[in-house]
Design a protein around this ligand. Structure first.
Ligand code: PMP
Ligand code: GLN
Length: 393
């Protein structure tokens, strides 16, 4: 976060500047670096889904649609929740289609949080959470997570609740740590929500990207369906991040609140892409299995190479990111390291400090993405092998 005062910007959004993803991608472009920073695949999703979007355009689905999403997509989201998690969702009253998970998060926090309310995040946290809470005038409180394998500290979570706490926002599988919350950990979160009458907001955009660990939606735990908002999107699952089709699934009273905010953020979005994603969500099991199998190979390849280079590797249980500790290489400031990496090594990564309320707490970690073609990953690894040793701490 930038500490210089930006002109024109409201007090609420001071310090947010330009996102770390944009900053590091710009450096990658400037230096012709292999971009293992921003989490965007350098390959497209399946042709049959792209064709479904093209067909929808030529079939004339090109105007505004119903604000909360076209009926076939709301129905497909409901079928998806039933198929993968046994969750019963009413497509008419419990689904809101948004411009990616980013808008779903923004609309949800704007709808639910009043000025002065508190919301609990697990730190590190995805960058948009803090900005969305700030825009609502709410105050975040953070509970630390230390790695993909370190258990959630339920005592710390309970201790973070105050009389002003309204919601807990949980991301599983977790970006950037790659942690997949276990059923036991989720039960502890559920207990806190029920004890203090809190709403749970879950960000599950990597729901189909877990390596062995089961993804469990918090909404499916006993007593949580009436107080959980489940947010996801099609971007990662179908390698179509630019389409920005996301959704929020929630009980009717919460859905009504989210829809009110959503109407005035985007009203509706991407009608033809909604038609294509409605078809995509019904993809057969082979698609989802092949997707994870491909990513598991990429994860293993990158993690092995980073370990070989001397990084301390936090092997992820989910997502397409791996966090690496730079201290064994003699570095201590991940932001400075990532600013030098594109020019000196020819690779871009993301400093994890951007995901911390207090950046110093994440200074030793940098994040590499493996949502890349095999040749891109190999090119990045080759450059790291060739040049990293020349970079002086
Ligand atoms: N949440 C997390 C944890 C993410 O990593 C991302 C983006 N990669 C988003 C939300 C935003 O998703 P979308 O592109 O669907 O807005
Ligand atoms: N979610 C992506 C990441 O974590 C970035 C999306 C964006 O650039 N806003 O890398």
């Amino acid at each position: 976060m930038n500490t210089r005062r930006a002109p024109h910007l409201t007090a609420r959004l001071q310090g947010f500047g330009t996102t770390i993803f944009a900053e590091m991608t710009a450096l990658a472009v400037r230096h012709g670096a292999v971009n293992l920073g921003q989490g965007a695949p350098d390959f497209d999703g399946p042709d049959w889904i792209k064709k479904a979007a093209a067909d929808a355009i030529f079939a004339g689905h090109n105007q505004y649609c119903r604000s909360f999403g076209i009926a076939p997509l709301c129905e497909a989201v409901a079928r998806h929740q039933a198929r993968f998690y046994g969750q019963t969702v009413d497509p008419d009253t419990q689904v809101t289609v948004t411009a990616g998970a980013t808008e779903a998060l923004y609309a949800t926090l704007t709808a639910l949080l009043d000025v002065g309310d508190e919301v609990i995040f697990f730190e590190p946290f995805y960058d948009s959470y803090m900005a969305a809470a700030a825009a609502a005038g709410a105050r975040p409180r953070t509970v630390p997570l230390s790695g993909p394998d370190a258990p959630l500290d339920a005592g710390a979570l309970r201790a973070a609740v105050t009389a002003k706490t309204r919601a807990i926002l949980l991301n599983t599988p977790h970006n950037p740590l790659g942690k997949v919350f276990s059923r036991e950990e989720l039960s502890a979160v559920a207990d806190v929500c029920k004890s203090f009458d809190l709403v749970a907001i879950t960000d599950e955009v990597y729901e189909h990207l877990t390596f062995g660990a089961d993804h469990v939606p918090l909404a499916t735990l006993p007593g949580m369906d009436t107080r959980t908002i489940t947010i996801s999107s099609a971007g990662k699952t179908f390698s179509l991040t630019g389409w920005k089709i996301g959704w929020a699934v929630a009980p009717e009273p919460l859905t009504r609140a989210i829809r009110t905010a959503h109407q005035f953020v985007t009203f509706c979005n991407g009608t033809p892409f909604q038609h294509a994603i409605a078809a995509a969500l019904d993809a057969d099991d082979a698609y989802f299995e092949g997707f994870v199998a491909d990513y598991r190979k990429k994860r293993d390849r990158l993690c092995d190479a980073l370990a070989d280079l001397g990084f301390g590797v936090l092997v992820p249980q989910g997502t397409y990111f791996v966090c690496a500790d730079i201290r064994p290489l003699g570095f201590s400031d991940g932001h400075a390291f990532c600013r030098r990496l594109p020019a000196e090594v020819g690779v871009a990564a993301i400093p994890c400090s951007a995901f911390y309320e207090v950046p110093e707490r994440g200074a030793h970690l940098v994040r590499f993405g493996f949502c890349k073609r095999d040749e891109t990953l190999e090119a990045g690894i080759a450059r790291l092998r060739e040049n990293l040793g020349k970079m002086r701490p």
